[in-house]
Write a new protein. Structure first.
Length: 374
């Protein structure tokens, strides 16, 4: 009877110990899980912070800046013109005749006096031979009359007649030779045969176009400029010449001559610029652009035209300044001056060293924070 209570008490003690052990294990397990949770929460917060930072950074408008500096500002006057050959001639015969032979081809280089072509001279050649024969007889008669006259044989009239006839035939022969030379077509100056208009066998009249001769070693660039610039363009002024149809960037040259007359139809005056053309790349009648220096302002601040904007109050630019939170945009009204194709002169409102927004200006406003990119 006494053993049952003892066993019951022992069983209760074992159960209590087991329960305490299970409770301790659960507490330890809970502590571990809470620790892991704290570590995970820390990582989550770090990731969220990084993601939020990147999203905030990405959301900033991107701009590109230039630094305002003082330099000479130049405004150019661009005028469309054309190329003109210094020497260009349409060659033609001086007399009527059938084109017998052509000695040159298109593109051939020739020198002054070179024989280019010849008209048929058979008729005049026969006449020359006939005159030569008569002249030979006249010389013989004159020599005999001269010897007789020296011996005082014969009359003076016979002597004078023989001399006159000889001299007349000599002059006629020279005239015929000169006339035969008119059947030759020769180069009037050094140059290149550009076009041959006729073929062998064709009959040409005086003044008919035979060929085009041009000299390309030097050419003129010619423009007609409005008379309002007549006091701004002078002889020996520097000028930049460009050719839209060529890969030549531009040529630097000087004004050779300005016209003394104003064209009353379009109120312009002619300006000529001499250009060297050693490689013959520049062709007559080619389009060209001449750029004259219209105005120059020394030590001036200028910025790209696209960066200057306008609203109801006037012209303004966006510049940036550094702050604790980053680069901030400031809207700055400016006083503008001259403008060329690329830059605008800023007379007031921008100082040397300030940073001006030149790209991305349409995505910002006064007070915006921006990301500066290269």
């Amino acid at each position: 009877m006494k053993t049952k209570p003892v066993l019951l008490l022992f069983a209760l003690m074992i159960f209590a110990c087991t329960a305490e052990q299970n409770q301790a294990q659960k507490l330890m397990e809970l502590e571990l899980l809470e620790k892991e949770q704290r570590l995970l929460d820390k990582k989550i917060r770090a990731l969220k912070s990084e993601i939020d930072y990147k999203e905030e950074k990405i959301s900033l408008p991107q701009v590109r800046l230039i630094q305002a500096e003082r330099a000479d500002f130049i405004k150019h006057l661009d005028v469309n013109g054309y190329v003109e050959a210094i020497k260009q001639a349409s060659l033609s015969p001086e007399t009527r005749g059938k084109l017998q032979e052509i000695y040159i081809h298109e593109g051939a280089k020739v020198h002054k006096g070179d024989l280019l072509a010849k008209l048929n001279t058979s008729v005049i050649d026969n006449t020359i031979e006939e005159v030569k024969s008569n002249l030979s007889l006249a010389k013989t008669v004159f020599e005999k009359q001269s010897r007789l006259w020296q011996k005082e044989i014969g009359s003076e009239v016979q002597f004078l007649e023989s001399r006159t006839k000889k001299e007349s035939l000599e002059k006629k022969l020279e005239a015929l030779k000169s006339q035969r030379d008119l059947h030759d077509i020769r180069a009037s100056f050094d140059g290149v045969i550009d076009i041959i208009y006729t073929k062998e066998g064709e009959v040409l009249n005086p003044g008919a176009h035979f060929a085009e001769l041009v000299q390309l070693d030097q050419v003129y660039a010619v423009v007609d400029v409005s008379e309002k610039y007549i006091t701004k363009i002078r002889k020996q002024d520097k000028v930049r010449v460009s050719f839209p149809s060529l890969q030549i960037k531009h040529k630097e040259a000087r004004v050779l001559r300005t016209s003394n007359l104003i064209n009353k139809k379009n109120r312009t005056f002619r300006v000529e610029v001499l250009l060297k053309n050693k490689d013959h790349e520049i062709k007559p009648n080619m389009m060209t652009i001449l750029s004259f220096e219209e105005a120059r302002v020394k030590e001036a601040i200028s910025i790209p035209n696209k960066a200057v904007q306008k609203d109801m109050k006037g012209y303004f630019v966006y510049k940036t300044e550094a702050s604790e939170k980053g680069d901030v945009v400031i809207k700055q009204y400016v006083k503008t001056g001259l403008s060329n194709n690329l830059f605008m002169l800023i007379e007031k409102g921008v100082s040397s060293g300030e940073k001006i927004v030149v790209d991305g200006y349409n995505q910002v406003s006064d007070g915006s924070y921006v990301e500066v990119v290269q």
